[in-house]
Design a protein around this ligand. Sequence first.
Ligand SMILES: Cc1ncc(COP(=O)(O)O)c(C=O)c1O
Length: 398
Amino acid sequence: MNTLLSTLSAELESMSSAGTLKRELPLKSAQGPLVEIEGLGEVIMLTSNNYLGLADHPAIVEAAEKAERDFGYGLASVRFICGTQTIHRQLEERIAEFFGTEDTILYGSCWNANEGLFQTVALEQDAIVSDELNHASIIDGIRLSKARKERFKNRDMGDLRRALEATKDTRNKVVMTDGVFSMEGSLAPLPEMIELTREYGAFLVVDESHGTGVLGATGRGTPEELGVFGKIDAYTSTLGKALGGSHGGFTTGPNVLVEYLRQKSRPYLFSNTLPPAVVLGSLAAIDLVDKDPSFVGRLRENTAYFRAQLTAKGVRVREGIHPIVPILIGDTAKAIAMSKELLTRGVYVSGFGFPVVPQGAARLRCQISAAHTREHLDRAIAAIVEVAAQFGVLESAA
Ligand SMILES: Cc1ncc(COP(=O)(O)O)c(C=O)c1O
């Protein structure tokens, strides 16, 4: 075997003996509140980002089918050569309207949006100030920039001030945060961040991947939830979670930022754009969210019910309002064993341990959908309580 392959093989074997190899379960059905797993049968899906239950919505599937008939399967090019269709501009304008921004640039994913942002707009003489728990795509995106880098402690405004003070002598400062932290379900303190960034003349960008379509009375995200809609400088977000769950991402903000990215952002310039089915499917998803507030309303009700029931029954969840509901376990092996046990009881929840979360902070991450019925939630809650008791992590009921 080539030495490269034997190195990789040894590493895979050590992951296998440590029990940290990731195994993918093949679904035989569409994503939904119930899914069929090959060899296992039907289970309750409690671990997807299908927050509004739109992943198999007939209006979106129909829009996607129509898009393929009218606009074909793909563009076979990047945007600036011959890959822009009228519907790409339509989606960009619709997203800007939804976010209350001036313009939008689409990317193949939010990963690409984050990857293409910092290296393009922040140079040697600039600084990027980033929350320590920001998503991997932000961390990697920042690595590609030559700017000075400062991290601040998660949601700690005293430490953000310190970081801004430490970078005072730089030309431009970009402050970057997740709107919702994906392992915690916690929200960034945006009102305070707006004040601080204004005080230091910094530019505030929020990754709204878990906020878009989820938070706020009309699904406009974390800023709407926290009463600061329209006050954030720019956003990145995804089309791959609440808004249909397919693929695609974007940066939305001031015209000058979007135009600059269109000219210079490498994942935009050198990678194919979104296929027509995803573009019209995403437009249909935004229309559904706007026309029918019951999607966001049901998600909120389901989340409140699930959180309250688990807490009342003695299951320790991280407090909050977001449909990401982490159940705190501590030990990684235990969290993974509990996840396996839940699957045998027909409930699909992922367990996360070190290094995804800090040592000793392993958890089961439940994610609620508007498409869950009360019966799905009750069955899932009963299974979680039983498994928590079996593994000795049930507290005395509240
Ligand atoms: C906060 C955050 N940003 C970015 C991404 C990447 O999104 P996409 O799947 O569109 O690349 C994710 C997805 O997990 C995320 O949670």
